[in-house]
Design a protein around this ligand. Structure first.
Ligand SMILES: C[S@@+](CC[C@H](N)C(=O)[O-])C[C@H]1O[C@@H](n2cnc3c(N)ncnc32)[C@H](O)[C@@H]1O
Length: 229
């Protein structure tokens, strides 16, 4: 790989097909920078231009950030939306809306969860089966609160483990499937997670950081606007 640094832009030229493949994959998941593939004929595949959007500088803030307390969850369903999260979501969404990994939430016209014990989902099925079928028309809003891996170590009540929890956003095939569906069928996305994804084709409008206090995991709610549909 050859790298050229031009001001705040870096150009990566692949030396092999494998490196070209890696660059193409990187370009699929832009985050802190703008990733652009350019067919400049310098390598066996396109070069990757990485334009720094100003990490750690004022430039990065072309979206709003708000920091709120997470609030207290419900004993009935740990992991359910807390009051402050619900309030933000309800202040934004319009129909038609889709809530993926909806748990006991009643937000959204269509709510998908595979937990058979719940009454609240409108469809009890696997999210990935649901999104494998094209939508008739785009959803105005898609809300998702996918599970993330939780394990705490220590003693007493902190020894709890959640072996069945799979971190959806840490699974490359699963997040790719979600992103591919959103690119086609979601005008706006509200993604609650422990990361702040910015899939290709989306503009980050606002981030809410929900601080739970203590050593518990901060939740990030990302408001993303589709620039493709
Ligand atoms: C973090 S909880 C979401 C809770 C929800 N926001 C609420 O207010 O109740 C994650 C949910 O995803 C569901 N889930 C996990 N994997 C799933 C899958 N592949 N398909 C559908 N639901 C899934 C779980 O049953 C769980 O209810």
């Amino acid at each position: 790989m050859i790298a050229f640094v031009m001001g705040t832009t870096i150009k990566l030229i692949p030396n092999s097909k494998e490196e070209a493949f890696i660059l193409a994959r990187l370009a699929e998941e832009p985050d802190f920078a703008e990733f652009i593939l350019v067919e400049d004929g310098l390598g066996p595949g396109p070069s990757l231009l990485i334009r720094n959007q100003g990490v750690g500088t004022e430039l990065m803030k072309d979206f709003e950030v708000e920091v709120l307390g997470l609030g207290i969850g419900t004993k009935r369903y740990p992991g359910a939306f807390t009051g402050p999260v619900k309030k933000v979501i309800l202040s934004l969404i319009e129909s038609p809306s889709l809530n993926l990994f909806s748990g006991i939430s009643t937000i959204g016209d269509v709510r998908i969860d595979n937990n058979p014990a719940l009454e609240e989902p409108t469809l009890k099925m696997d999210v990935f089966d649901f999104i494998s079928v094209p939508a008739y028309t785009p959803w105005e809003w898609v809300i998702l609160d996918p599970p993330y891996a939780q394990s705490t170590v220590g003693s007493g009540r902190y020894e709890k483990k959640y072996p069945d929890e799979i971190a959806i956003s840490h699974s490359v095939p699963k997040r790719r499937a979600l992103v591919a569906y959103f690119q086609k069928y979601a005008r706006n996305v509200l993604w609650l997670d422990i990361c702040a994804p910015l899939p290709k084709g989306f503009k980050r409008k606002k981030l809410w950081l929900f601080l739970p206090g203590g050593f518990r995991t901060t939740r990030v709610l990302s408001q993303l606007e589709n620039t493709l549909i």
